[in-house]
Design a protein around this ligand. Structure first.
Ligand code: ZN
Length: 432
């Protein structure tokens, strides 16, 4: 047998070890031990992890890499971030948004991040971000799947032209209906916005993904309405609640009623631990709340939880590196998810879980799937999260599209190894 590519001696995220992966015509054709045959290219994984690509299910590509323009967020709060973005918005040009987004996608590819769901602000009447990201979606489609959410950042009702612009954006080809009920003027407006947005999605056969209850106010309960509308309109499995941080502060009795409602409606839950660990709790003295949704409890009920990065070098978050292992690492810490199974669950929350939320077809390491995968500088998913390990090779449709050299450090310490691999701290060469 002759293949385009064979990866040999790979460990898989489901704990199978020493597996070969054969690729032909851009598809995975075999996943088993000791595949016989030749290939145009052979990659020896050498007992390292090969995973399906990372997916970022919550991002803002219209704002990314804009840090410091026109100024920095001094208070570090979500509300100042929104205000700052409002100052930047009229200054945006389509060309600049495209340039920043393409630059970010280069970085994403190098990090093995090959699918991104990005919210795009529709509250600028020029719809500069929408036009730019639709163009980017087409420009990157051979190497990265970009899904866009029409996001009325300044409120579906609160911003005078948001409702009209949201429809315009969907007509232009934006894929998902967004919203921000907790930012509307009243609870009632928030509730009505959830209802209206779900109805728009139902009418058009679209997915829903709302920034929902991104507040420390335990009485912000728009998620309850979102679950109700999902049931009412038969949208089960097609609706996502992003952030849901008020859930952190809710009383346990109410949460015990709410979480099963979320499970029943098959709401996709999207925590964003990097952003929310620093944006939430800003009005607290001590103790300071963490502002994270109840991830282990949702997972225990069978809810599909997928982690987002949210921001990278923008008005809300001045860190980030397109690294979904960093996101999983933070989720482990903020959710007390340190058991072996919980760390694996966090790895799944940046791979297989978001694939379901995104609706990605042909995703996975199995015969018939697209030949998209990442060779990671770690032996298994837990080590990958621990080390935020390097991505040695990134493959899309059977072709290597990014390679990074393994990291080693040379030491000059008497009686100690001459070099170590700083990712694993395993000696790679005896002291000379
Ligand atoms: Zn967001």
């Amino acid at each position: 047998m002759s293949f385009d590519l064979i990866v040999r001696h790979a460990n898989l995220a489901d704990d199978r070890t020493d597996i070969d992966i054969a690729v032909s015509g851009g598809k995975i054709v075999a996943v088993e031990r000791n595949i016989e045959g030749e290939a145009g290219r052979v990659i020896d994984a050498g007992g390292r992890l090969v995973s399906a690509p990372f997916i970022d299910i919550h991002f803002h590509m219209d704002a990314t890499l804009s840090l410091g323009t026109p100024r920095l967020n001094r208070s570090g709060t979500l509300l100042e971030g929104i205000q700052l973005w409002g100052e930047l918005k009229p200054l945006l040009t389509k060309e600049a948004v495209i340039e920043r987004a393409l630059k970010y996608c280069d970085l994403a590819v190098a990090q093995g991040l090959l699918a991104v769901r990005s919210h795009v602000d529709v509250c600028d009447d020029r719809l500069v971000g929408v036009e730019a990201l639709l163009e980017v979606k087409d420009l990157v489609k051979d190497y990265l799947d970009l899904q866009l959410v029409a996001f009325p950042q300044d409120g579906f009702y609160r911003s005078p032209t948001a409702a009209k612009n949201l429809i315009r954006s969907l007509d232009m080809g934006v894929d998902v209906v967004g919203g921000i009920p907790h930012f509307e003027r009243t609870m009632e407006d928030g509730r009505l916005s959830v209802k209206a947005l779900c109805e728009i999605a139902a009418e058009r056969g679209l997915l829903v993904d709302l920034h929902c209850d991104e507040t420390d106010d335990p009485l912000s309960r728009h998620i309850e309405t979102l679950a109700y509308e999902t049931q009412r309109l038969g949208l089960q499995g097609r609706v996502a609640g992003s952030h849901l941080t008020s859930m952190h502060s809710m009383d346990n009795y109410y949460a015990s009623k709410l979480l099963p409602l979320i499970a029943e409606a098959d709401i996709q839950c999207i925590p964003n631990p990097l952003a929310n660990i620093v944006l939430q709790g800003r009005h607290d003295t001590y103790p300071k709340r963490r502002g994270m949704m109840r991830v282990p409890e949702l997972m225990a009920l069978g809810v599909n939880v997928a982690l987002g990065q949210d921001s990278c070098m923008d008005p809300w978050y001045s860190f980030g590196n397109a690294d979904m292992l960093e996101v999983a690492h933070m989720a482990v810490h903020t959710g007390h998810m340190t058991s072996r199974d919980a760390v694996k669950a966090c790895f799944q929350a940046v791979t297989t879980n978001p694939a379901k939320t995104f609706g990605l077809e042909g995703y996975g390491i199995a015969p018939g799937c697209n030949a998209d995968f990442v060779l990671i500088e770690a032996r298994d998913a837990i080590e990958a999260v621990r080390l935020k390990a390097g991505r040695l090779a990134v493959v899309r449709r059977g072709k290597v599209i990014s390679e990074t050299a393994p990291r080693t450090a040379s030491l000059t310490l008497a009686g100690r190894p001459a070099s170590i691999d700083p990712w694993t701290y395993a000696p790679v060469e005896a002291a000379g």
